[in-house]
Design a protein around this ligand. Sequence first.
Ligand SMILES: [Zn+2]
Length: 467
Amino acid sequence: MRLPPAPACGRRWIRWAAVLVALLPLVRLAAAPAPGWRAGLAREAVTPPAGLWMTGYAVRTRPADGKAQDLWVKALALADPAGNRGVLLTADLCAIGREHTDAVAAELQRRYGLPRSAVMTNVSHTHCSPALAGSLGPMRPIPAADAAKTADYTRVLVRRMVDVAAAALERLAPADLAWSEDEATFGINRRENAEKDVPALRAAGKLKGPSDPRVPLLAVRDRQGALLGLLVSYACHNTTLALNEWHGDYAGSAQAELERRHPGATVMFASGCGADINPNPRRELAHVEQHGRDLADAADRALAKPLRPIVGGFASAWADVPLTFSRQPSEEEIRTAREKDQPNKEMHQAWADLVSERQQKLGEAAINYAYPVQTWALGQVTWVALGGEVVVDYALRLRRELGDNAWVFGYSNDLMSYIPSERVLKEGRYEGATSMIPYGKPGPWSPGLEDKIVQQVHVLAAQVRRP
Ligand SMILES: [Zn+2]
């Protein structure tokens, strides 16, 4: 039986249907998530009210007077094409302890199934930021009447860090990642160059000691090319200012300057290994603005270069290196710290209380410390995140040994003390020995820590790197 010919409108409908069927694969392709990275960014101000105690300098005698600049917690969440996720949290804080970064990571594990290794925390080490409960306790003992305010702020901060990381994870959307680097030179080796001599030494090209001028930059763009975020790193103490007000120091000024230059972008700062590096000049607001602009200029120069696209996947690894302090303090040392009339007497007394309490609680085990080392692979780039105030020798050595695609962060995940290299440990002085007092540690680290840490980095870097 023959079918009657379709009316003209029916034939047109059939032709359109055929065209639609032919286009279907293209439609499906366009609707499917594009293969590649996804990224999400989030931020929240965590500026405390006036009246909380600050940390970073032992000499402060009163709580913060107020705010000169906001302090921020920011997060960058990343997901690779296979769905492996990680989140980097940066904070305008001087120090944060392991118990708090672990608490953040535990909550993110509960909500999102992220392993501990996939959560990275870095603080800028600004010295115009609040003391947190349990961090750098003896540096500036907090009067008992004010301790509850610090404890409350610390609890709120941990919740905010979780919220910001969660917001970044919820916003994951297709993105392109690329990196580059440039240099900034306001960071000077503070062990080798007296602050007052720096201008003359700099002018004569006679600055001494190692430093790390590199400013690595990660750029996050959406698929239309709009800049969503930047991560900038530099290895230099965030100690331009010694205000009695909240301020992010040069890292805070650089973030604000870059966010002004790139409206809509979230700009994050991660500390490199700048424990023995100081900005110069310092102490005036004009200086912090100058350093902020210098770092922003370096980031913009890096951004103007042909960026290297990050291609590949995400992987993360974590290990605690068993380190030891070289000795327990003697009863005589503890008694002297309690009784001697000396500068920063309260700090020495607080150190004595802390180390003797730890000794009583843990006995011989009081000299042990679980030191966190973390690595991330972002495609061909390797991030190494080390705990503590890490001296520049580690970054220079690891970059030499791991190659130019390695970024090395200090001030990550736990701020337990300075982390001297073997050279700095032997030389002693503040970064090698005496800073253990404000950090409430029993004594200097045992020799051998540099090789233990570096060997662990190599093991973890091999785990995350792909052939
Ligand atoms: Zn420091």
